[in-house]
Design a protein around this ligand. Structure first.
Ligand code: AMP
Length: 290
């Protein structure tokens, strides 16, 4: 596994790989890798000649009172895991390398970024789209892999790629969960044992919503209320939002008539956890592509 920390070297390497006819698969991450990340890397490994993984805790996607400084980091273990799943190139630039003084450009996707996490975390998605646009331009992947745990992020990036004709195939892959249903997240490391037990209410609430929908309940408010009750029963839970929106446009849905995203963000102690499910999914992945 090659470890690259400069943009120039990464671009040269990708140029060469592309010239030689290699298909490049790319998995951008913020590190502190877990099975969720590894599932993306394995899929990318399978579908491409070369797997590039990036690890960069991107300062511009954190708000001033958020956890940039305390975000968990473990570069040694990350590099062992990257090697294990067959990463060819680990791209791990510094913040100075990615944002030299004088950087002036921000990539902004309108509409989709003003709701859900975008409403609670102003500027967050501008940070995400700007860094992902930069990473795409440096790594020049054919295929890029994202987790549907960050469903809104996936939609925002797929839309950016479509609108800016970036020519990258954006692939969304299912959320990987712990055996007890908790969605894997680097931020789970913030949870005390008791908070972690409480956080299982998220998955419980999502499954309950799926059951209601299966039983024919199409009224968003009714489903949302039950989800809210279930989450609120758990000690330590502080709800940021629980919403049901159109799975493609992320606009509010009153009566579920097509694929609809039930998304939530809930604090347990200092950990802000997100989770979601798509109700009324079509069997193909229709509606998921931009
Ligand atoms: P992060 O390091 O949190 O920025 O995540 C990097 C990528 O891994 C993103 O595309 C996430 O959506 C994805 N990811 C994070 N957690 C999971 C999970 N539990 N299951 C699937 N993908 C995940």
């Amino acid at each position: 596994m090659k470890i690259i920390t400069t943009i120039e070297q990464m671009r040269e390497h990708s140029d060469r790989l592309r010239d030689e006819g290699n298909r490049i698969g790319f998995v951008p991450t913020m590190g502190f890798l877990h099975e969720g990340h590894l599932s993306l890397m394995r899929k990318a490994r399978e579908e491409n000649h070369t797997l590039v993984t990036s690890i960069f805790v991107n300062p511009t996607q954190f708000g001033p009172n958020e956890d940039f400084k305390s975000y968990p980091r473990d570069p040694e273990n990350d590099s062992v895991l990257c090697r294990k799943v067959g990463t060819d190139v680990l791209f791990a630039p510094s913040a100075e390398e990615m944002y030299p003084e004088g950087s002036k450009t921000i990539v902004h996707v309108s509409g989709l970024t003003g709701v859900l996490c975008g409403a609670s975390r102003p500027g967050h998605f501008d940070g995400v789209t700007t860094v992902v646009a930069k990473l795409f331009s440096i790594v020049q992947p054919h295929n890029a892999y994202f987790g549907l745990k960050d469903y809104q992020q996936y939609r925002v990036i797929a839309t950016m790629v479509r609108d800016l004709n970036m020519g990258v195939n954006v692939v969304g892959l299912p959320t990987v969960r712990e055996d007890d249903g908790l969605a894997m997240s680097s931020r789970n490391s913030y949870l005390s044992e008791e908070e972690r037990r409480s956080a299982l209410s998220l998955n419980r609430a999502l499954r309950l919503a799926e059951d209601m929908f299966e039983d024919g309940v199409l009224d968003s408010a009714a489903i949302r209320d039950r989800v809210r009750e279930t989450v609120e029963e758990a000690p330590h839970a502080r709800i940021d939002y629980i919403e049901i929106v159109d799975a493609v446009e992320l606009t509010p849905v009153e009566t579920i008539s097509g694929p609809s995203l039930l998304a939530m963000a809930v604090y347990f102690g200092k950990a802000r956890l997100i989770d979601n499910t798509v109700l009324g999914k079509r069997r193909s992945r229709a509606g998921m592509n931009s």
